[in-house]
Design a protein around this ligand. Sequence first.
Ligand code: TXA
Ligand code: MG
Length: 311
Amino acid sequence: MIGSDISQAKAFLEAGELVAVPTETVYGLAGNALNTEAVLSIFRVKNRPAFDPLIVHTHSFDALGQWVREVPEKARLLGQKLTPGPITFLLPRTAAIPDLVTSGLDTVGIRIPNHPLTLELLKTLDFPLAAPSANPFGYISPTTAAHVEQQLGDKIPYILDGGPCEVGVESTIVGFEGDQVIVYRKGGTPVEVIEAIVGPVEVRTHSSSNPKAPGMLKSHYAPRTPLSLLRDELPENTTRAVGVLSFQRDYGLAHQEILSPSGDFAEAARNLFAAMRRLDALGLDHIYAELLPEKDLGVAINDRIRRAAAE
Ligand code: TXA
Ligand code: MG
């Protein structure tokens, strides 16, 4: 069922059931983070491997004491300036957070989402919400309630509809080693914004076969249709049905999605996943995708496009 009734969402969550919730980045598949049965059903519904930890959502950066053992100075600064907002903090967890949530890691991902409905919901609950993006594992994240309905509608009792997501790409994930800030996932908070607050950061998103942020596995966010990067011009004389995902340019094709005709990064991010889904639904032989200039939100958008293009 889709609706915008917070008390209904609350009732399902209190009963240990799952509810899809809107955030400014993408929709999340939420359950009581302190209830291992609820957390288990998140993994089951998403078909997600248990080694991939979940982010814990709460309503205030100032009230983390129950969930984390310490907040480094730079985390505190970022928390003050950027929350609620599209950033997730990896912080040493307390024993209150179940092992299952963090896949046994000593840190927990904490996020304060900037969406009025979900913030309100979090304030009325007496537990935080574990929530991965509300898509089947490996597929494109949902940015509308309808996207969630299409893929998970028969598996969960309620989808809290908060309209289309304002940011459109997942949160930026940051961790802390001593005085160093490390970016593990490029996302809705551009690295430039973080550096303006805490100085230079290290970006560590392609670490190893055992990445710290496994959502960064190479092929992720992928549509079903083969997708490759459009280097400069479209291949000519092709008999295949092709579609194009572009930033601003109009290729004059029947099947194309222009992310932002005016060249606005925020608009492009907001449109990205819905545009990928529309192209994917056309049953094309191939999708070609342009990369954006590598700055601002273009960095996170390009990251998702490259992942969609990976084998
Ligand atoms: O914007 C977002 O972050 C959305 C909305 C719903 O909040 N959530 C989201 O969750 O993107 P998910 O599960 O799709 O991606 C979370 C990523 C995963 O790649 C996971 O491996 C990583 O965060 N992660 C979570 N906890 C972690 C931890 N303790 N250490 C390292 N990586 C962690
Ligand atoms: Mg995800």
